[in-house]
Design a protein around this ligand. Structure first.
Ligand SMILES: Cc1cc2nc3c(=O)[nH]c(=O)nc-3n(C[C@H](O)[C@H](O)[C@H](O)COP(=O)(O)O)c2cc1C
Length: 334
């Protein structure tokens, strides 16, 4: 097995998997913005994949632009499902398999999946070992500090490392914390001191300056939510890590061009209706910071066609340039 995680230029930058957001169109754009970014699918049910579920198979699909490096993230609880789905991921031509040991959602945890696997690290490691032996692509893990607390994190990661895991990304919160409080990176730095595999930190990186502060002894980091508002954060982080001046977020025209492209890729990926519904939440994130943001958000979360989206984008630009005043579409209709 070629553990390319070990050979990636440091620090490693990775788009954190985000269910409902990090589908192929968004991943391709992030790759275009910063080519060194590692990409991961959102969490995919190993069980659904082995059954060949159509929706699941579409979620795993990727464009040639995404390799290298693209991993499919699997969640599951049986070794049979992990191995069968893992082999399918390998056959698809993905570069790696990432195992989800981080999802805190009651539905996922309650059925013994996601971060529930942190409750019995030895049993989870046995599954990992079997999967690692069954495939020729690296198997990485994305996990939390622990289920209830972080007391076992060092031994847990050591156990996973012995099972042949290629790298580990740790979100600095426990399962019980979900998304509350601040991510604590201290235990992650301690894990790195004891590990022979690449260790990535994750949680609350909201700017390149914060990324530089948080990196310390780690091999890299995953960035999630901040990239929805600012996908250029990966380029900004790379520049900051290389000691260069941090490039500014592009001007509004360029940002709008990015989201137009996102919409077009989305339409090509799953059709206009899907793209408009799915991308509404992306547009709502982006619009923060523009003039009359809340009013435009109201429009964007209802957008139904590409033509409508273009009109809203034209309005955003004209209003922000002061070329026209904001006019409610309801007023126009009257
Ligand atoms: C909407 C949303 C969906 C997520 N989906 C996944 C997922 O599918 N798999 C996973 O491992 N983590 C998932 N996460 C967790 C993120 O990958 C990441 O660990 C978390 O957001 C903390 O990083 P951040 O502060 O950079 O966002 C999700 C987070 C959010 C906000």
């Amino acid at each position: 097995m070629n553990n390319w995680w070990k050979d990636l230029p440091r620090p490693i930058l990775c788009l954190a998997p985000m269910s409902g957001y990090t589908e192929s169109p968004f991943r391709r754009l992030v790759r275009e913005i910063e080519p060194s970014t590692v990409l991961i699918s959102e969490l995919i049910s190993a069980e659904a994949m082995r059954r060949g579920n159509e929706k699941t198979m579409r979620l795993t699909s990727f464009h040639a632009d995404e390799s290298k490096y693209y991993c499919v993230q699997l969640f599951g609880k049986t070794v049979e499902a992990f191995i069968e789905a893992g082999k399918m991921v390998e056959d698809m031509g993905a570069d790696g398999i990432d195992l989800n040991l981080g999802c805190p959602s009651p539905k996922v945890v309650g059925s013994g999946h996601g971060s529930a696997l942190l409750k019995d690290p030895c049993a989870s490691a046995k599954m990992m070992e079997s999967l690692v032996k069954a495939v020729n692509i690296p198997v990485s893990v994305k996990m939390r500090l622990g289920f209830y607390d972080d007391t076992n994190i060092l031994s847990t990661v050591k156990t996973f490392e012995s099972a042949g895991i290629a790298s580990v990304a740790i979100h600095g919160r426990t399962t019980k914390q979900a998304y509350r409080g601040q991510a604590n990176w201290e235990p992650i730095y301690r894990v790195k001191e004891e590990s022979n595999i690449p260790v990535l930190g994750n949680g609350d990186v909201t700017s390149a300056t914060i990324a530089v502060k948080k990196l310390q002894n780690l091999d890299g980091m995953m960035i999630g939510r901040a990239s929805l508002r600012n996908p250029w954060i990966f380029r900004q982080c790379r520049a900051a890590f290389d000691g260069q001046e941090i490039p500014k977020k592009p001007p509004l025209e360029e940002q709008l061009e990015f989201f137009r492209k996102h919409a077009k890729l989305g339409i090509a990926f799953k059709g206009e209706q899907w793209a408009m519904i799915e991308l509404r939440k992306h547009f709502a994130h982006f619009v923060r910071g523009v003039r009359h943001a809340s009013k435009f958000r109201e429009q964007l979360i209802r957008v139904e066609s590409y033509a409508q989206l273009e009109r809203i984008f034209d309005d955003i630009l004209a209003v922000s340039r002061g070329e026209k005043e904001y006019v409610s579409p309801l007023v126009v209709e009257k």
